[in-house]
Write a protein that binds this ligand. Structure first.
Ligand SMILES: [Zn+2]
Ligand SMILES: [Zn+2]
Length: 817
């Protein structure tokens, strides 16, 4: 053993050796038989990357390493861990980059994927490269198209014309989830509104279940909360307001409005329609058509999100028409305003300026009446309103409902409306259907064929995939159709039903459909004739733990839940929630600032790995802070973990055979207990700190370690620094990979128990030292030990000791004078 110490720690040699051995021994690879027969399977999933041309930065490495640590830990506990990795390579990101550099994405993506693969191998992830996916591979997107067809045939995919967000720079529509503060999430261009026929997935049909299941799944709280808010369930009432003419006679036209506050209907003093509301023409005074149409045209230019901004100045015009408020019986004017959207509720609202701030501001601006119908504490029916009051209270100015508590009032008024035929209770959701079409090139063609006789027909499974043709001019244009619409030879086809001439859908699908089901594909990539094998899927899914970015809370994480639920309902899956556990990791910054290309502070892993090794980088990243919170990457900080690995190497290889020191052994068992508790809860930073501290105890005062003291540190370090752990494990004389068996050390509660107590020592009431003595030590022994403490002695020497006070097991105080 001792002779090997001279052989110093050389990370690149150790890492190259073990990566080669892992490949040779297929340490991380599964055959189909192994997947089928796995004992105690554990599916450890992380979010697959979009393979950019720049390669991975340390922020990506951080996320993957944290997930890999989790998988490796499970494996050391004896689970059979499947940890796949793939590439989310379709989409506008890739396409825009290809356009920028003047290359074809079909040429660019393979080299990006190769570079990512090289980097991911180099960091030592436990990836099963034989079960990888690339969403741009026809063998993969064949099944993405199959998913579309399943949903289409189940009536869950629908083509309709709708106002949508249009990014004039990306020249495509965006889902609302992709519009951030009125701007395109990709390029930051202000988003416009367009009406285009689009394919939608009816995710709204699943709103209640998507919400309900959140109470049963073990996910990061903030992610569940984001989904809850996004789904936006509200309970209220649908009320019907009859349109009346100038003489107060009903015209037969009725406007429906959804409200969460039916208790305030007596305070509805006007009604607002979305400018696009189909009844605008029917209710407006023809003399006002010019300003109404002008306003409507202007509203169409604005994007849907910006229109809802709370702080913007209210705009609107009167239609000159009236409805009767069915509660008060009085006519109230109908306005149009862009803050009311057609896509939400009914596209019409009853405006209650007394109790809704947006309505209040609108009413002030256009001098519409404001009536109080809820009185809060200390208010009554006549208390003036200088802003909307939206708190609790009792009803006022509300006829027979006066004095009722507002909640009870809402119930009673809804009931009254139902009895009189002008309303009923209703539950609404903020969630809207998922717009799935993109007028771009770089995606899987939507597998639909339009036939004049048969309408839209799904491409039969035997004809899938609909291969994306190589088109040299793949630039999008502002026509609102995909570049594929310029390739007549491709889109001209025959109807699968009647064989007449027909035309392919030329839009491609949203990249979030590619990632909506990829976790189903990984364990089944051995099968070309089915998207996922029933038996393998049953064995491995749902995913045991999914670790990824919180920024995907309402996009990927919601969509993939929906796809899973839909496939479950169609009989393809036995479960309806894809991920048992989801944990959102934190984000890292560099030298105190957010990493960004423009700031030039993006940390690239390759040179760091070259200098220090992947194990040191991994350990350092996990040491930066709590994994779920992130941390600050500082160049000089890596020295700590680097030195730690060197010291561990030296200590393990110079360890002798002797009996462990009882104090050191206790520390080791306490460390095992702590690390065993903290790794599963992703408290990696404190687990690593405990390992460092334990090694310091083992090496304290330059003593040479016993093998039994230091050996347990090797498997505990293995999730963070797998290569060095393998090497040390081998040098300790073990056969095979450290990850091949349940090599996690066990701790002995009795050995971990503290047998010493810490006693504070004071001189004249001032703390001068602290001593550790065996538990249950006699008072005389404690006092003697206290008196012997070096620092305490300095204060005692030359003084006369008058009294010694001993507080049992806590404190010794010498009174001197
Ligand atoms: Zn854009
Ligand atoms: Zn046909």
């Amino acid at each position: 053993m001792v002779s090997e110490v001279r052989d110093g720690y050389d990370p690149s040699a150790v890492e190259a050796k073990w990566q080669r051995i892992w490949d040779e021994r297929r340490t991380n690879l599964f055959t189909l038989e192994e997947l089928r027969g796995a004992k105690d399977p554990y599916y450890n999933l992380m979010m697959f990357p979009y393979p950019s041309a720049e390669g991975l930065h340390v922020g990506n490495i951080y996320a993957f390493t944290g997930a890999d640590v989790h998988g490796r830990y499970q494996r050391l506990r004896g689970r059979t861990v499947f940890e796949p990795m793939g590439f989310d390579a379709f989409g506008i990101h890739s396409e825009n980059f290809a356009l920028k550099v003047g290359k074809h994405p079909m040429d660019l993506i393979p080299s990006n994927v190769a570079n990512f693969t090289r980097q991911l191998r180099r960091i030592g992830g436990m990836f099963d490269w034989e079960h990888s996916v690339d969403t741009t591979d026809p063998a993969y997107y064949k099944w993405t198209q199959w998913v579309f067809v399943q949903l289409f045939e189940a009536g869950l995919a629908e083509r309709k014309e709708a106002p949508v967000n249009w990014c004039p720079s990306c020249m495509t529509v965006l889902a609302n989830e992709q519009v951030i503060g009125g701007e395109c999430e990709r390029c930051g261009t202000p988003v416009e509104q367009r009406r285009i026929a689009q394919w939608f997935f009816k995710i709204t049909r699943y709103a209640e279940r998507l919400l309900e299941n959140l109470t049963r799944i073990d996910w990061s709280e903030k992610t569940k909360k984001a989904q809850t808010n996004w789904i936006g369930r509200s309970e209220g009432a649908l009320l019907r307001f009859p349109v009346v003419d100038g003489k107060g006679r009903e015209t037969g036209v009725v406007i429906e409005a959804y409200t969460t506050r039916p208790d305030t209907v007596f305070g509805a003093t006007y009604m607002v329609l979305s400018p696009e509301h189909p009844l605008v023409e029917k209710v407006m005074n023809p003399g006002l058509s010019a300003p109404v149409y002008a306003y409507r045209d202007k509203a169409r230019q604005k994007d849907l999100v910006a229109r809802q901004k709370v702080d913007k100045t209210k705009t609107g015009v009167s239609t000159g028409g009236y409805v009767r408020n069915p509660a008060t019986g009085k006519p109230i004017p109908i306005w149009i305003a862009d803050y009311v959207l057609m896509g939400y509720g009914t596209g019409a609202i009853m405006a209650v300026p007394g109790h809704d701030q947006r309505d209040f501001e609108f009413a002030e601006q256009f001098e519409l009446p404001i009536v109080r119908v809820v009185a809060g504490p200390g208010q009554d029916a006549d208390t003036p309103l200088d802003q909307a009051y939206d708190g609790p209270g009792s009803l006022v100015n509300s006829g027979q409902f006066d004095e009722l508590d507002w909640r009870e009032g809402a119930r009673r008024i809804t009931q009254w409306a139902a009895e009189n035929g002008w309303g009923e209770p209703q539950i609404n959701y903020r969630l809207h259907d998922w717009c799935i079409s993109r007028q771009r090139y770089w995606g899987p063609p939507i597998p639909i064929i339009y036939c004049d006789a048969c309408g839209p027909v799904a491409v039969p499974e035997k004809d899938l995939p609909v291969v994306l043709p190589r088109v040299e001019d793949f630039r999008p244009d502002s026509s609102g159709v995909s570049p594929l619409a310029r390739v007549e030879s491709w889109y001209r086809t025959k109807c699968p039903k009647c064989a007449k001439a027909a035309r392919r859908e030329t839009d491609v699908s949203d990249t979030f459909l590619d990632s909506g089901w990829y976790f189903l594909r990984y364990p089944s990539t051995d099968f070309d004739d089915r998207p996922f094998d029933r038996q393998v899927t049953k064995k491995w899914l749902p995913v045991d733990t999914y670790i990824g970015g919180h920024e995907h809370a309402v996009l990927h994480l919601l969509y993939s839940r929906f796809i899973t639920m839909a496939l479950h309902d169609l009989g393809h899956l036995d479960f309806e929630e894809p991920y048992d556990v989801f944990r959102a990791h934190g984000l890292i910054i560099a030298e105190g600032a957010k990493m960004s290309k423009s700031k030039g502070n993006v940390v690239v892993p390759d040179p760091v790995i070259e200098q220090y090794g992947a194990d040191t980088l991994r350990t350092y990243l996990m040491f930066l802070g709590p994994f779920e919170e992130g941390g600050d990457y500082r160049q000089d900080g890596i020295q700590g973990p680097f030195g730690f690995l060197h010291r561990l190497w030296e200590t393990v290889l110079s360890a002798g055979a002797g009996e462990p020191d009882p104090d050191v052994e206790r520390k080791v068992h306490q460390t095992i207990r702590q690390v065993t508790e903290q790794i599963p809860t992703l408290q990696y930073n404190t687990a690593i700190a405990a390992l460092m501290e334990c090694l310091n105890t083992i090496r304290a005062g330059g003593r040479s370690a016993a093998r039994a003291e230091v050996e347990p540190l090797v498997p505990m370090l293995a999730p963070f620094a797998p290569h060095i752990a393998e090497e040390l494990w081998e040098r300790l004389g073990h056969e095979g990979s450290i990850f091949d068996a349940a090599n996690w050390p066990a701790y002995d509660e009795a050995k971990a128990a503290e047998t010493r107590m810490t006693i504070a020592v004071q001189v004249n009431g001032k703390l001068r030292g602290s001593i550790a003595v065996p538990k249950g030590a006699a008072e005389a022994d404690v006092v003697a030990a206290a008196r012997a403490d070096e620092n305490v002695r300095r204060y005692l020497d030359g003084s006369k000791e008058r009294k010694v006070i001993y507080v049992k097991e806590r404190l010794v105080n010498f009174v001197v004078g």
